[in-house]
Design a protein around this ligand. Structure first.
Ligand SMILES: Nc1ncnc2c1ncn2[C@@H]1O[C@H](COP(=O)(O)OP(=O)(O)O)[C@@H](O)[C@H]1O
Ligand SMILES: [Mg+2]
Length: 261
């Protein structure tokens, strides 16, 4: 069983406290929505978990059957093996093909700088191209793809090292409903089949209701709630977190949020 445990994590930007005493535990095979209003600290939390930002206090422990590691003590290359990450704003650089973008995910795992990538590396890259049905775009400039296709490429790059933990910061925010559902279906399937831990920052409450197993509700840098959707998707809790009123309808066991205006 894989687990990710965050203990008493605090983080400031300058003098501003942005993450306050965060303690959380997550398990494999779960899609966990990280939710809350703009500016509450969701992206900052993901960047602290992967140690792109360094917390003032706290530890981030990844455990599997064979190992236990404090992420904060690992080298960047070791972390790149454990995590797949899609940042909120994935930088698009002109002139890179889809194959090159996915290959960037492999750079941290290069065993020998002079020999370059191994056959295994190229197999991993080709496996991602076929898994996401993007072989036909292999040599296409990433900027020439639609938003939905680009997001599949970024997901392929995040998965190319077979990580244990996926951190996805608003992967559906620029997508229409068709591509949002497509990408969430892919994510959910991969998380279950490969026993990943998946934290996903997501704003759309109904999409979260359809696809997330659990939700973390943040407010002003604090964790207010962490539980399953059924427990947390209640009118009063949503009003507390998002400051709006809603009705909740239930169909086939799924809750749908209808805002009151
Ligand atoms: N690089 C930065 N320097 C200073 N303050 C920042 C920086 N990035 C984010 N912040 C501030 O930290 C808070 C949390 O930001 P962020 O984690 O991006 O929120 P969210 O992802 O929940 O919208 C916000 O008040 C934001 O303005
Ligand atoms: Mg953010």
């Amino acid at each position: 069983m894989k687990t990710l445990t965050i203990n008493n994590l605090n983080f400031n930007y300058g003098n501003k406290k942005v993450l306050k005493n965060i303690s959380l535990q997550f398990q494999e095979k779960k899609v966990i929505g990280i939710m809350g209003m703009n500016g509450c600290g969701k992206s900052t939390l993901l960047k602290n978990i992967i140690n792109f930002l360094h917390p003032i206090t706290g530890e981030v422990i990844f455990k599997s059957d064979s190992l236990e590691k404090n992420i904060i003590n690992l080298s960047p290359n070791e972390r790149a093996k454990i995590f797949g990450f899609i940042p909120q704003k994935s930088q698009l650089v002109d002139g890179f093909s889809v194959e090159e973008v996915i290959t960037m995910g492999k750079v941290s795992q290069l065993k020998n700088m002079w020999k370059g990538f191994s056959n295994q590396d190229y197999d991993d890259i080709n496996k991602q191209l076929s898994r996401f049905k993007i072989e036909k775009f292999k040599y296409t400039d990433i900027n020439k793809l639609s938003g939905g296709e680009q997001q599949r490429v970024f997901l392929a790059r995040a998965l190319v090292n077979n990580p244990d933990i996926l951190l996805l910061d608003e992967p559906t925010s620029a997508l229409d409903i068709h591509y949002s559902i497509e990408i969430m279906n892919i994510i959910k399937k991969i998380v279950k089949e490969n026993s990943l831990i998946c934290l996903i920052v997501i704003h759309d409450l109904n999409l979260a209701s359809l696809f997330c197993d659990e939700v973390v509700f943040m407010k002003n840098g604090e964790i207010f709630y962490h539980n399953d959707i059924n427990t947390l998707f209640k009118e009063d809790i949503l009003e507390e977190i998002y400051n709006f009123k809603c009705d909740i309808l239930e169909k086939n066991g799924i809750k749908y949020i209808i805002p009151k205006i």
